[in-house]
Design a protein around this ligand. Structure first.
Ligand SMILES: CCCC/C=C/CC(=O)SCCNC(=O)CCNC(=O)[C@H](O)C(C)(C)COP(=O)(O)OP(=O)(O)OC[C@H]1O[C@@H](n2cnc3c(N)ncnc32)[C@H](O)[C@@H]1OP(=O)(O)O
Length: 277
C-alpha cells in the first residue's frame, strides 16, 4: 500500500501534499516500509518535457537523493504514452534566453537521474520517443508494456540527438546497433526493443509492469547499497563527465542548431503534422 511518507521531503505529510500541489506535474508516492518511490509524470496528454516538467522532476530528484530514498520507479499517468520527449514548443521559435534555460534544466535533470545512487527502474507504460527514450535509458532497468514505440527518432524530425543521448543508447545496445538506430531515427516496437536489449523485460499490461518493477527493486534492495552505487557510478562516470565537462559547448550547439531556419521549418512541419493527426 502506497502512502505519502511523512518524513520524506519532502518533510511533513502536509509539505508532501504542498509539494505535489505546487507543481502537479509529477506525482510522488513512497512506500513507507521500503522507502521506494514511484515518480509518475503527470503532464497530460503526452508528458512532453517542457521547462516546468523538467524542473519539477529535477526538484524531486534532488529531494529524493537528499532524503536517501532507497529506490525509484519512473512511470507516467498517461494511458498511452510514457513521455513524448522534449516539448517541441520549447524549440520552436523560442528566445535565446528561454532556449538556454530550457536546455540547462534538461541537462540538470539528466545528470541527477543518470547519476542517482539509488536503483532506478523505468516502468514504460506507453510510447517513449526521443527525450522519452532518454529518460527510460537513464534508469538502470527498463520494463515496457507491449505494442508501443521507443527509440531516438530525432533524425526523422530533421534534428540530431545530442551526443549524451547517443552515448546512453550506445551504453545499452552497443555501438553498431546504436549507430544504425540513430542514423535511421528508428522507433522500435516494444517487442523489437526487447530483442535488441533496449528494454530489459516486456510486461503484459500496466499491472504486470508495476509488479515487475517492484520485483526488480526488491532484488536491488537486497544488495549492499554502497557497493551497488559505486559500481553503477563507475560504469556511468565517463558518459556523465563527457556532458558535465562540456555543458556550455553542448548548450551552444543546441542553440545554434535549433535557430537554423531549416530546423525551424522542420519543427513547424512536424508540429503541424502532429496537430492534423
Ligand atoms: C540539437 C537538437 C536536439 C533536440 C533533441 C530533441 C529530442 C526530442 O525529444 S524531440 C521530440 C520528439 N518527440 C516526438 O517525435 C514525439 C511526437 N509525438 C508523438 O509521436 C505522439 O504524440 C505520441 C506517439 C507520443 C502520442 O500519440 P497520441 O496519438 O497519443 O497523441 P497525439 O494526438 O499525437 O498528441 C496529443 C497532443 O500532444 C501534442 N504533442 C505530442 N508530442 C509532442 C511534443 N513532443 N511536444 C509538444 N507537443 C506534443 C500533439 O501535437 C497533440 O496536441 P493537440 O492536442 O493540441 O493536437
Amino acid at each position: 500500500m502506497f502512502v505519502l511518507r511523512q518524513c520524506l521531503t519532502l518533510g511533513t505529510k502536509s509539505s508532501v501534499r504542498n509539494f505535489a500541489a505546487a507543481t502537479n506535474l509529477v506525482n510522488v508516492k513512497i512506500n513507507e516500509d521500503t522507502g521506494v518511490v514511484i515518480m509518475e509524470l503527470n503532464k497530460p496528454p503526452v508528458n512532453s518535457l517542457n521547462y516546468e516538467l523538467l524542473e519539477a522532476m529535477h526538484r524531486t530528484l534532488v529531494k529524493l537523493e537528499n532524503e536517501r530514498c532507497s529506490g525509484m520507479i519512473l512511470t507516467s499517468s498517461s494511458p498511452n504514452t510514457f513521455s513524448a520527449g522534449l516539448d517541441l514548443l520549447e524549440m520552436y521559435k523560442p528566445t535565446v534566453d528561454k532556449a538556454r534555460k530550457f536546455w540547462g534544466m534538461l541537462q540538470n535533470t539528466w545528470i541527477k537521474l543518470y547519476s542517482a545512487p539509488y536503483p532506478t527502474v523505468a516502468a514504460i507504460n506507453g510510447h517513449s520517443p526521443a527525450g522519452g527514450c532518454l529518460l527510460a535509458m537513464s534508469c538502470e532497468y527498463r520494463i515496457m508494456v507491449p505494442k508501443k514505440k521507443i527509440g531516438l527518432n530525432e533524425t526523422q524530425l530533421g534534428i540530431v540527438a545530442p551526443q549524451w543521448f547517443q552515448d546512453c543508447m550506445k551504453n545499452i545496445i552497443g555501438s553498431r546497433q546504436a549507430e544504425k538506430a540513430l542514423i535511421a531515427g528508428t522507433l522500435f516496437s516494444s517487442e523489437e526493443a526487447a530483442k535488441i536489449g533496449l528494454i530489459d523485460e516486456l510486461a503484459t499490461d500496466k499491472e504486470d509492469l508495476m509488479k515487475k518493477a517492484h520485483d526488480f527493486m526488491d532484488e536491488q534492495l537486497g544488495l549492499p547499497p554502497l557497493a551497488r552505487s559505486t559500481v553503477k557510478i563507475g560504469f556511468r562516470k565517463d558518459t556523465l563527465n563527457r556532458l558535465i565537462n562540456s555543458r556550455e559547448v553542448d548548450t551552444k550547439y543546441f542553440i545554434d542548431f535549433i535557430f537554423q531556419p531549416k530546423v525551424q521549418e522542420s519543427l513547424e512541419m512536424y508540429l503541424q503534422a502532429l496537430k492534423k493527426k
